[in-house]
Design a protein around this ligand. Sequence first.
Ligand SMILES: Nc1ncnc2c1ncn2[C@@H]1O[C@H](COP(=O)(O)OP(=O)(O)O)[C@@H](O)[C@H]1O
Ligand SMILES: O=C(CO)[C@@H](O)[C@H](O)COP(=O)(O)O
Length: 460
Amino acid sequence: MALVAGVDSSTQSCKVVVRDAETGALVREGRAPHPAGTEVHPDAWWDALQEAVSQAGGLADVEAVSVAAQQHGMVCLDDRGEVVRPALLWNDTRSAGAAAELIGELGGPQAWAEAIGSVPVASLTVTKLRWLARNEPESVARTAAVCLPHDWLTWKLAGGGLDALVTDRSDASGTGYWSPSTEDYRPDLLELAMGKVPLLPRVVGPAELTAGRYGAGAGDNAAAALGVQIQPGDVVVSVGTSGTAFARSASAVADGTGIVNGFADAEGTYLPLVCTLNASRVLDATAAMLGVDLAELSRLALSAPAGAGGLALVPYLEGERTPNKPDSTGALHGLRLDTATPAHLARAAVEGLLCSLADAIDALVAAGTPLRRVLLIGGGARSEAVRRIAPAVFGCQVVVPAAGEYVADGAARQAAWAVSGADAPPLWSSLTSEVFEAEATPHVRERYAAARELTVARPS
Ligand SMILES: Nc1ncnc2c1ncn2[C@@H]1O[C@H](COP(=O)(O)OP(=O)(O)O)[C@@H](O)[C@H]1O
Ligand SMILES: O=C(CO)[C@@H](O)[C@H](O)COP(=O)(O)O
């Protein structure tokens, strides 16, 4: 039996799966936590990867390994391959001002959408590099190469000098200096952002192997699309640290409003995607406020009426990326004596999180994405309340694949594809899943829409 491994180095943890390359059967797995914060030294990811690999029984007997990871993180390396400074992660908002500057300098949002598929926000790597140039010119001077979390981990596993750095088109498309429509880097945009053009990872093909046994890897959302074996009409909604809604598309998207990111996928086509900064941790924070665990939060939410009696929670606890409100805060509207209960607050938190994702789905549909059903994944999809309330808020069927690590699985499937030499990834036995349906509750979204704009900025 040939084995392959997939890694998901996500915001909160590292997961490793070892699977049978032909059938996809799970053979072994491991996981380890990442440190909190939006600025993390890559060595912490490496340590967590070692721990997760060791829990998964090592990689000595696997034919190929692919690494997927959180997108956009800025990893700067010096000419000896040493990390120049801790990485700024996708959810670090300090480069929001840099994003606004860059948009103006290139001639506006549509010019960026056409150049790189997305309008820069603080999440995109290019804005972090501009922030670095403005605030730490000495770090820019030391930087010989720039790469992403999945590129760096693949390079650490495979070994070699800086010229051995590789990436894939899905993650390259989230940098802000690679174009999904021409499949080329835009060094002029790097020059604009940071005043120099460091070495960039070579973009390898979706089923290519490097150093004998390392797959191209992918951004975590593109890997999840591979992991759930996405079909036409599927919109995947992931409730992890980030909330994402995405679908596979035959053509590149260039949305000048900045709501939809026109990313590339990990199969040679495209992955229009909407991303929020606030998803599973809205539930974590609400449970902590109420002094209950996540199971009790779910029970409380399901015990309250749809709409929580008019209590609406705007979930911008970390500022927000979509809509682009990096300095915003969350808000709770509609408090009255009868809605000031733990059950109403729990319901409002689940509904607020789902309403922000429903807005994301709407934007995808407006950009031309067909919607037959939603596939709900990510840690937050383990919540019974999220699963049961989602179809009512989204207004469509919600399918929840059996709890699993779909990003790591997608990376493993990519590795199996590379080993097979076939034209397409292997079809693994279909996933078991649960189907959730419910009557739509448009009044919940209407109330949320009225509350959504009523937020204040965080204190300076
Ligand atoms: N039963 C559950 N109910 C609600 N949230 C859960 C449950 N189990 C895990 N989570 C949440 O899932 C999140 C981690 O999900 P994950 O998709 O691994 O995140 P990431 O990919 O961003 O690291 C945590 O915030 C955790 O609280
Ligand atoms: O920034 C994005 C997508 O553009 C995020 O989806 C990150 O890729 C982080 O993912 P999680 O760790 O939350 O899964």
